[in-house]
Design a protein around this ligand. Structure first.
Ligand code: CAA
Length: 271
């Protein structure tokens, strides 16, 4: 998702430093960004010169040291609290005191992440949806200590990014995932019980309910690993609501490396 978020900022005239954990991860991210902008050029949606200007606004680095002068960090590492807390503690040491530290977490507590820093009032959730360049919504998540001017600044930034923002308090799944993931989980349970084929489950919701894609195709887009973490976190944070107890098949698929589009196979196979 990081590459998509980078594209959103660069497309809207903002210089971006894309930081990755390794050269290999950095090259994967760069390939996603180049592929997405090339597609836009091929479709006539972006002039080649604008694509070049967009790519020119993005620099790539491995390691956090490069972030010392940035105004805003948007973190998009995997959905594990220990990982995010370690990263935020390090960001707090590296980044200048005025920098805002944002997380793109889908379901973890922004408050839990913020207390790993010495500046919890400057920590906020900026939650994009997949694919970030396409989906219009951003959830802005404030904790009980996020400074009002930080919230207002991020809301204004969302407008500059061409997004519609909704601002919510820090609760599991925020708005969209709190409503979406019970449905996605039920679709997997239905498929797991051989109640209907994957194609029929997806066709029913796409053609019967007017959704852009069916639930199993959407899980492949989100990533089965991310979906598992989101469900598991919502189950544990949200009072162990049965709707969010991850369907066993999701864990089995993650263990087997069937992560969806990103690994080439999930409920469907991708070229
Ligand atoms: N990156 C950039 N652009 C993309 C893209 C990607 N990964 N995938 C599609 N697009 C663009 C296409 O280039 C195309 O752009 P133009 O209209 O400018 O030509 C546009 O999106 C439509 O794409 P397609 O014509 O290829 O296909 P489509 O009409 O079927 O749309 C879709 C694809 C946008 C993914 C659409 O099916 C859709 O909206 N699906 C639902 C997605 C959704 O629900 N996302 C939220 C997931 S939950 C989440 O993300 C939260 C979380 O925390 C886990």
């Amino acid at each position: 998702m990081g590459a998509g978020i980078v594209e959103v900022f660069a497309r809207n005239g903002i210089d971006v430093l894309a930081v990755e954990i390794s050269d290999a991860a950095l090259e994967r991210g760069r390939a996603v960004l180049v592929g997405s902008t090339d597609r836009a050029v091929a479709k006539g949606k972006l002039a080649p010169a604008d694509r070049d200007a967009l790519l020119g606004r993005v620099s790539f680095e491995v390691g956090l040291a490069a972030l010392r002068d940035v105004d805003l960090v948007v973190e998009a590492v995997p959905e594990r609290l220990d990982l995010k807390q370690r990263l935020f503690a390090e960001l707090d040491r590296v980044c200048k005191p005025s920098a805002i530290l944002a997380t793109n977490t889908s379901s973890l507590s922004v408050t839990d992440i913020s207390v790993a820093t010495q500046r919890p009032d400057q920590v906020i959730g900026i939650h994009f949806f997949n694919p970030a360049p396409v989906m219009k919504l951003v959830e802005v998540v404030r904790t009980v200590v996020t400074a009002p001017e930080v919230v207002a600044g991020v809301e204004a930034l969302c407008g500059r990014l061409g997004k519609v923002d909704v601002t919510i308090n820090d609760r599991a799944g925020f708005i969209a995932n709190a409503l979406l993931f019970g449905y996605l989980n039920q679709a997997v349970t239905m498929y797991e019980a051989r109640y209907a084929s994957r194609e029929d489950i997806d066709a029913a919701m796409k053609l019967g309910c007017g959704l852009p894609m069916g639930p199993l195709a959407l899980l492949d887009l989100i990533g089965l690993d991310t979906a598992y973490e989101v469900l598991d976190t919502m189950y544990r944070r949200g009072g162990r609501d049965r709707r969010h107890a991850p369907a066993p098949l999701i864990k089995q698929m993650v263990t087997a490396g069937l992560l969806g589009r990103k690994s080439g196979r999930g409920f469907y196979t991708y070229a």
